[in-house]
Design a protein around this ligand. Structure first.
Ligand code: OAD
Length: 274
């Protein structure tokens, strides 16, 4: 029996009567798929400065000036993203959708793993690194994870200097208008995607699962507060304390890959017992 059994039971009781649960997920949900988070020890922002690398212009400059330092970090990241697969936390969220409980997944993650786990109603506020957006006509295309990453890895091997033209040479071209395509991800200073849909989903929810996020990046961090105002039960799963404590109904200090399957099992147990 888990040390947090009471919390698992409480979370299951909230979810079992819900038909409009909304998830708000962050990097912690993908940690068990071996994708590093941003702000944990050893996370991405320990390895590079978000101000220096988080905006498109600065990233280009950094890649050119500090290629020796950044290339191995980018290679490790590409490797992690290339191999990543949905973990039991992602799979449990698809189970909740199939059970008619979970309606929408709002995620800050760009790793495509909620989609690959099977969830169908997904809002990617910070974009998706496997979706390319044409800078000419706006056409969007989702790419296969493994072949895209191995393609980039092969091209990177042939590049000696990571200057602007080398980076442009990595870009794909649109099948409709031949313009350059860029990964459809939100850099610092750019607008988040689908903000009004995200707020609407939070306001329409009857329960919210706040999963694996430090809750320090806005506007995503407003969403649990919007859900709470609308009367939703707030369940937070995160091994570490976070800024949602005042609005949290159930706090489970566990990994999502362990807590979410336990909650799904408990909902099934409760349904079997009634
Ligand atoms: P952070 O790295 O800020 O926070 C990750 C959170 O996940 C922390 O609170 C951890 O305690 C928690 N965590 C770690 N492992 C976990 C696990 N196995 N199960 C559950 N929780 C776990 O990541 P985000 O909150 O997603 O934005 O960061 C938000 C945004 O900041 C990102 O989308 C990114 C970044 O700058 C952009 O790049 C636009």
């Amino acid at each position: 029996m888990s040390r947090w059994e009471n919390e698992i039971v409480k979370a299951a009781s909230i979810l079992s009567v819900s038909t409009k649960t909304v998830v708000m997920s962050g990097a912690g949900v993908s940690a068990e798929s071996n994708i590093p988070t941003f702000r944990d020890a050893g996370g991405l922002w320990d390895q590079m400065d978000p101000v220096e690398a988080g905006t498109a212009d600065n990233l280009f400059a950094q890649l050119e000036q500090n290629a020796d330092k950044l290339k191995p970090i980018l290679n490790d990241l590409l490797n992690a993203f290339g191999k990543a697969e949905p973990n039991p936390g992602h799979t449990a969220l698809f189970d909740l959708e199939k059970m008619g409980i979970l309606k929408t997944v709002i995620t800050q993650n760009i790793d495509n793993l909620h989609r690959e786990a099977g969830n169908t109603d997904i809002i990617e506020m910070h974009g998706n690194m496997f979706q390319m957006r044409c800078l000419g006509c706006g056409h969007k295309a989702i790419l296969d994870r493994k072949s895209y990453v191995s393609d980039i890895e092969e091209k990177l091997k042939t590049i000696t200097k990571l200057d602007f033209s080398a980076i442009v040479s990595l870009a794909l071209h649109c099948e409709h208008c031949s313009s350059i395509m860029r990964p459809d991800v939100v850099m610092f200073g750019e607008e988040v995607q689908a903000m009004s849909e995200s707020f609407q989903a939070a306001q329409d929810s009857d329960a919210m699962l706040v999963l694996g996020t430090s809750g320090v990046v806005y506007p995503a961090a407003y969403l649990p507060f919007e859900a709470k105002k609308a009367g939703a039960g707030i369940i937070v799963i995160n091994p570490k304390e976070n800024p949602f404590d005042k609005i949290t109904d159930v706090y489970i200090p566990m990994k999502t890959g362990e807590a979410l399957p336990a909650i799904v099992q408990e909902i099934r147990n409760q349904a079997g017992a009634s």
